[in-house]
Ligand binder design. Structure first.
Ligand code: ATP
Length: 523
């Protein structure tokens, strides 16, 4: 392979600087090779700088006018003679069998730098023999597929972090499509109603994916505008099942938190609720669906001995009754009898076991709910998914949470946060994986993010976010290149890739619902 340059600086194990020989064409992103103790090591060019050895402050002081610059250039003849290019290359490693090994020594100054061949790079980035891989794009600047270890991606959790409009949901859609070919269940929490478009194929491969899409609209909310927009764009109606929660499926701590947040709870009410809720929900796996009146009667009956004696106790019981009624009647996520309908559509109870055992793409459109109801729904759904998984009744499942900072915020409260954190901490053992997507990385709970062992970055501009990324992304040496990614590009780091990969994301197989509208009026 041709010698294309020479190493001039090698300050660490991770990168070196080299001077390309005259006539060598290099771009940022090009792959090059060096030798360390006779082993060929692949590196990626991350920066190119042009320098001129004589342009120092003493000379710059004379650059007052064009005529002076011209005169200095001509008389000293410096423009060509002392001009040179320098490239910085990040060391990726050496392929040994199915692994990429990082060298334990820096490359020696004055070592030669070599060109690479497409075959060599293909072998370098080839997937391992064991494991299950999906390809979600191409290694940037090549036509080599970017393989990701699907098992690690799913069970060790992942996060997609980027600015708004950087192509997060497009990429999440690509991941869902490619994973669905492995016949695993996927659950998508969709606060914008944009994933329904996955029911519409955009290619031949997309047909198999679209067949697997099941859309669930959560609660008694009017989604006519979304249905109309879907019909207008794709020329077919959006088909979905409306679902709701049995109030008895709320875990006690979540109910306490939400009542306290909405209406405030006295200590006496809390004690009554703790006793009463346990007795009203002591039916095991399948809680009966009864009217709100019946449920509240059971709660108060079961909890009344925890009430203080006399009038104060009576007041506490009535106060709790009012709060429970207000919650169950006003929140659109609950259903309270079999056969309940909304706008003529039947509402079914959620079926966590089915979501975890059917290899479909279960999309939960929660766009009609306000943020508290979204959090409440997510808390109950995740709690139940987790319970099913601990009984080992599930297939390995990926749960995608869009706008994750709203449900597991770094600061502020969310009743869903503890359930997300629990799956992040323990879901792996039971085959539950999370994919958290956010445009506000700093607003997402750091403990939850730290459990995401694959991190995918897209364009990020905000300096706060970039600084934050530098602290959470152990596999990303320098976050600055994220500023210049375009919407099709991403950087994949972590345990499901052998080295950080800069990729160009593949085209979607199904329609993408989050297209950025054009400023021109649509006709
Ligand atoms: N790989 C890609 N190839 C072509 N176009 C893309 C690609 N990724 C994203 N886009 C386009 O970029 C725009 C924004 O993408 P997307 O909706 O995924 O952004 P987002 O980061 O999810 O936005 P938001 O933060 O607002 O949810 C869309 O118009 C989408 O079609």
């Amino acid at each position: 392979m041709a010698k294309i340059g020479v190493v001039v600086k090698s300050p660490s194990l991770y990168y070196y600087v080299f001077k390309p020989f005259r006539g060598v064409e290099l771009d940022v992103g090009s792959f090059v090779a060096t030798e360390i103790d006779g082993v060929r090591v692949i590196s990626r060019v991350v920066a190119i700088r042009h320098r001129n050895a004589v342009v120092d402050p003493r000379l710059i002081a004379h650059f007052d006018e064009e005529s002076t610059v011209k005169e200095i250039k001509e008389t000293l003849g410096i423009e060509e003679a002392l001009y040179y290019t320098e490239a910085k290359a990040v060391v990726l490693g050496a392929r040994r069998d199915r692994k990429i090994l990082k060298p334990q020594k820096p490359v020696k100054p004055l070592s030669y730098v070599y060109s690479t061949t497409p075959e060599e790079l293909e072998q370098f980035f080839a997937p391992g023999e064991e494991g299950t891989y999906i390809s979600i794009g191409k290694i940037k600047g090549t036509s080599i597929p970017a393989y990701i270890d699907a098992e690690r991606l799913v069970t060790h959790h992942c996060a997609i972090l980027a600015s708004t409009g950087a192509g997060k949901s497009y990429l999440a859609g690509v991941i869902v499509e490619r994973l669905s070919a492995l016949d695993i269940p996927i659950v998508v929490i969709d606060p914008h109603g944009e994933y329904s478009s996955m029911a519409v194929p955009a290619s031949e491969e997309g047909k198999h994916v679209s067949e697997k899409v099941r859309i669930f609209v959560v609660g008694k909310t009017d989604v006519t505008h979304l249905d109309q927009a879907f019909m207008k764009r794709y020329g077919i109606p959006r088909t979905y099942t409306r679902i709701g929660l049995n109030p008895r499926s709320i875990p006690l701590r979540t109910l306490e938190k939400i009542l306290d947040l909405l209406y405030g709870l006295t200590d006496a009410q809390r004690r009554i609720l703790e006793e009463g809720w346990q007795s009203a929900t002591s039916y095991g796996e399948r809680q009966p669906l009864t009217s709100v009146e019946e449920l509240i009667k059971e709660v108060l009956e079961g909890g009344k001995h925890a009430a203080p004696p006399g009038f104060a106790g009576e007041m506490s019981l009535r106060g709790l009754e009012g709060r429970l009624k207000a919650l169950f009647y006003t929140s659109p996520v609950f259903i309270t009898r079999y056969g309940e309908t909304y706008q003529g559509e039947p509402i079914k109870l959620i079926d966590p076991e089915m979501y975890l055992t059917t290899p479909s793409i279960h999309i939960f459109d929660i766009s009609g709910l306000d943020i508290l109801d979204q959090q409440l729904f997510l808390a109950v759904l995740l709690d139940q998914l987790y319970r099913v998984s601990t009984r080992r009744k599930n297939l390995t499942t990926l749960i995608i949470i869009e706008e994750a900072h709203n449900y597991a915020p770094a600061a502020g409260s969310s009743v869903a946060k503890s359930y997300i954190a629990k799956i992040a901490r323990e879901g792996r053992k039971f085959g539950l994986g999370l994919c958290l997507i956010t445009q506000r990385p700093t607003k997402l709970d750091p403990d939850v993010v730290s459990q995401a062992m694959t991190q995918i970055f897209k364009r990020m501009i905000n300096p706060h976010d970039l600084r934050y990324v530098a602290t959470v992304a152990e596999h990303l040496d320098d976050p600055r290149p994220l500023r210049t990614l375009d919407e099709a590009e991403a950087v994949v780091t972590g345990i499901s890739v052998p080295v950080p990969l800069m990729i160009v994301v593949d085209q979607r197989w199904t329609q993408h619902g989050g297209i950025t509208p054009s400023i021109r009026r649509q006709v």
